[in-house]
Design a protein around this ligand. Structure first.
Ligand SMILES: Nc1nc2c(c(=O)[nH]1)N[C@H]1C(S)=C(S)[C@@H](COP(=O)(O)OP(=O)(O)OC[C@H]3O[C@@H](n4cnc5c(=O)[nH]c(N)nc54)[C@H](O)[C@@H]3O)O[C@H]1N2
Ligand SMILES: Nc1nc2c(c(=O)[nH]1)N[C@H]1C(S)=C(S)[C@@H](COP(=O)(O)OP(=O)(O)OC[C@H]3O[C@@H](n4cnc5c(=O)[nH]c(N)nc54)[C@H](O)[C@@H]3O)O[C@H]1N2
Ligand code: SF4
Ligand SMILES: [Mo]
Length: 715
């Protein structure tokens, strides 16, 4: 009953929305479902400061906006503390993908007779979503539905989606593409520091004496962070631990090309070497940590001979690195996907954290155990995705946490589930078992980016209803959908991103979304109304009022940012790093530091204020090479001009020119000769899960027995 009334009200509003110029956002008549208006605040003509929507660096871009409120081009902000006037090719080209010919302009619904995706009105799309999802819940239970989200929408949208899914629609299983990315570091920090808290500031790139990069290729993946390293005037040693001689390794002063997935052994061996060198900061360890003695006993088994044998490195290389850590005053450790995407990634991240703790390299300039995240708002999803942690870094399992969050959100506490839902891989397993029947995918391209993409294709047939919400209706996942919801993208809506150094930055609407595309925020509000649970979200009027709610959720937490007044404050201050409490805000002046790191007082976020040493015996790589599959395949970023599955970057002619246009595989010249491969010719690359054609690039950047392919190609 409630649904049908609401749906007709939605229809009325959509008719208004289709009229006139305001197609970009729904203009709600005040009073209709108590929504008020979701403002479509267009930027005034002139220059507007915004934050890039690709990677987690969070560069500030100046959008130059004409009298129609449309950005005509972008330049990097010379005065921003993050990028200091620099941008990578994706940033410079960020407007181009918005104008692509394959933008999703209307919702599309699969016609059961023709099997084609045909344009439908928003009202029909919403009614269908509700009917199909409700029907599945009625027949198979509330948890026959699941949601896959992203690190690429603004924090306000993530939080609304998380709240809508779990508190409104009654779906427990929500996870995001950050599971493929830095979820393991989230856990590592939570266990070691008591909260998911990357401690660094980008200034640390410039202030270190030794920088150790583990499984990270910032020259390609975070080029502006790398520029910050290049601005370091302390003549630092730069160490790269990576099986490949990457662009970053080539620029390093020491490259350790270890065997893939032998990092944990190396890091434990380094800990022993540091203990033997007397490099342990005993005062710091005694005052601020727990568990060092057991750790010290544990690592005694990692002799140089064992480490060399198991990592393939020479003992001299390991000694050299131990010296660089032991002898330098300021040592910072940085890691990315070479660590996070592995079978023992949480412990590997913690082995890095242990090195920083035992040598007292934390809380001082140029130090830290620093996880670099990937997507523009991966950090926002860590705090407000509402996936494994409850909004604001709380725990679903803790009833006092649930009660607290419910009181801020003015909800009945029992609306908040008492357990976290399934992770991404568990959701896919649930589809396979026939338990999940309906899936809603937002701002991620699962059919391309999930490991073993063939499996997702097979799972599709087990889903009774697949919804995809994206900028484009041509992504591999959208083409499989039963319903496509057209979304506004970066630059077409406003909200907050949180970058790798915990900086909240405001991203602005500098363009109208095309056709009937709506911001994800507006779509989630409409779904709530159509579902009949809109009343739960009256406080979430628009992104900025939602930001005020998020502030309240952060109050008293390590990530407290209650000192940020509003969007205008964020913009004027060029971003604020958390924590920034109300009292910090009250004493803020022009002279307040613009870069801050955590743990300067040696107090961590655990109950006793001490950091923990975590460790575990290394396990062999689960799927080692064998006779049929003799190579180790590594994948990663191939070019600073390409972004993941290419849905956005492939739309720019400029970016397409900057990267190879065909898929390639890098093979060591000895293997090329041994297998009589034709450099530049095509090969069929086959794994236990799939096969693909690629052309051969003979290069000694990969070791014998190893090959590399980029995870994006410009095809
Ligand atoms: N241009 C561009 N930039 C991006 C992205 C993009 O798609 N395009 N994506 C963004 C995202 S979401 C992310 S998560 C980041 C990723 O940023 P990075 O992790 O820096 O990028 P990858 O290319 O995945 O690099 C991982 C490195 O780990 C190495 N590696 C593989 N196995 C091992 C191992 O066992 N041990 C060690 N030590 N190293 C290993 C690989 O050789 C590779 O050089 O990039 C972000 N930036
Ligand atoms: N082989 C291999 N696979 C990998 C990796 C690897 O290194 N190797 N890396 C993994 C990692 S670290 C990551 S993070 C993932 C990334 O994997 P994906 O998230 O699948 O990659 P993207 O291409 O960024 O997909 C994002 C989609 O969201 C859409 N989009 C962008 N902005 C918005 C928006 O505001 N709203 C909506 N609704 N849609 C939007 C884009 O059009 C695009 O289709 O890939 C993972 N997969
Ligand atoms: S480095 Fe990242 S944030 Fe900066 S311009 Fe490039 S993609 Fe955007
Ligand atoms: Mo990522």
């Amino acid at each position: 009953m409630r649904t049908s009334t609401t749906t007709s009200a939605v229809l009325k509003n959509l008719m208004i929305a289709r009229d006139g110029a305001m197609t970009a956002e729904l203009v709600q008549r005040p009073g209709d479902f108590g929504l008020g208006r979701i403002p479509a605040r267009l930027a005034p003509a002139g220059t507007v400061r915004t934050i890039c929507g690709f990677c987690s660096t969070g560069c500030s871009l100046l959008a130059h906006v004409d009298h129609r409120g449309q950005a005509i081009n972008l330049t990097p902000d010379p005065y921003h503390p993050v990028n200091q006037g620099m941008a990578c090719p994706k940033g410079w080209e960020a407007l181009t993908p918005l104008a692509a010919h394959d933008r999703a302009l209307t919702p599309r619904l699969r016609d059961p007779h023709t099997d084609k995706l045909v344009p439908v009105e928003w009202s029909r799309a919403l009614a269908e979503l509700v009917a199909r999802f409700r029907g599945l819940q009625q027949r198979h239970g509330a948890n026959s539905l699941a949601v896959l989200s992203t690190g690429q929408i603004v924090t306000e949208e993530m939080a609304l989606l998380g709240a809508l899914t779990k508190f409104g629609l009654g779906i427990t299983h929500l996870d995001s593409n950050t599971r493929q990315c830095m979820a393991t570091s989230h856990v590592a920090y939570k266990q070691s520091f008591g909260f998911d808290a990357p401690p660094f500031s980008y200034a640390d790139f410039e202030e270190s004496d030794t920088l150790v990069f583990v499984g990270a290729n910032p020259c390609i993946a975070h080029p502006i962070m790398w520029q910050r390293v290049m601005r370091n005037t302390r003549r630092p040693d730069i160490v790269v631990i990576d099986p490949r001689a990457t662009e970053t390794a080539m620029a390093a002063t020491l490259h350790l090309p270890l065997r893939p997935k032998s990092d944990l052994i190396l890091l434990y061996g380094l800990a022993r070497a540091l203990i033997e060198r007397g490099a342990v900061k005993a005062d710091f360890v005694a005052a601020h940590t727990t568990g060092f003695e057991a750790f010290s006993a544990f690592v005694s088994e990692f002799s140089p001979a064992r480490v060399a044998a198991e990592t393939g490195l020479a003992t001299g290389q390991i000694d050299q690195l131990a010296d660089l850590i032991a002898r330098k005053e300021r040592v910072s450790f940085w890691w990315t996907m070479g660590v996070n995407q592995s079978h023992e990634s949480t412990r590997t991240a913690q082995a890095i954290i242990n090195l920083a703790l035992m040598t007292g390299n934390i809380g001082r300039p140029g130090t830290g155990a620093n996880s670099i995240t990937g997507q523009c708002n991966a950090m926002g999803s860590r705090l407000f995705g509402n996936a494994t942690s409850l909004l604001g870094g709380y725990d679903f399992e803790d009833s006092s946490h649930r009660g607290h969050v419910a009181s801020i959100l003015q909800l009945e506490p029992d609306r908040i589930p008492a357990q976290k839902g399934w992770a991404y891989d568990e959701i896919l397993d649930g589809i396979e078992r026939g338990e999940i029947k309906g899936l809603w995918v937002i701002a991620t391209n699962t059919a391309h980016s999930w490991i073993n993409s063939g499996r997702f294709r097979d799972l599709r047939s087990k889903l009774e209803f697949l919804i995809v919400q994206d900028l484009y209706d041509t992504t591999e996942t959208a083409l499989m959908a039963d319903l496509i919801l057209p979304a506004a993208g970066w630059g077409e809506k406003e909200g907050v991103f949180i970058n790798s150094e915990r900086r909240l930055g405001l991203t602005r609407k500098v363009n109208r979304a095309p056709g009937q595309a709506l911001s994800d925020f507006a779509i989630f509000k409409l779904v709530a109304e159509a579902w009949g649970c809109g009343g739960l979200f009256t406080q979430w009027k628009d992104p900025e009022s939602t930001f005020q709610l998020l502030k309240e959720l952060s109050r008293g937490q390590p990530c407290d940012f209650t000192g940020v007044r509003d969007y205008a404050h964020l913009e004027a201050s060029r971003g604020v790093q958390w924590p920034f409490t109300e009292s910090d805000g009250a004493v803020e002046t022009e002279m307040s530091p613009r870069e801050r790191r955590l743990f300067t007082d040696g107090r961590f976020f655990t109950a006793d204020g001490r950091a923990r040493f975590f460790f575990e015996p290394p396990r062999p790589m689960p799927e080692a090479p064998d006779e049929t599959y003799p190579f180790v395949l590594m994948t990663g970023r191939g070019s600073s001009a390409q972004w993941h599955t290419g849905s956005r970057t492939n739309k720019s002619a400029v970016l397409r020119k900057l990267a190879p246009t065909s898929l390639y595989i890098e093979v060591n010249p000895d293997d090329v000769a041994r297998l009589h491969l034709d450099p530049g010719g095509q090969v069929l690359v086959r794994s236990r899960r799939g096969e693909v054609q690629a052309f051969v690039v003979a290069t000694s950047t990969v070791q014998v027995g190893q090959v590399f392919m980029p995870c994006t190609s410009t095809v």
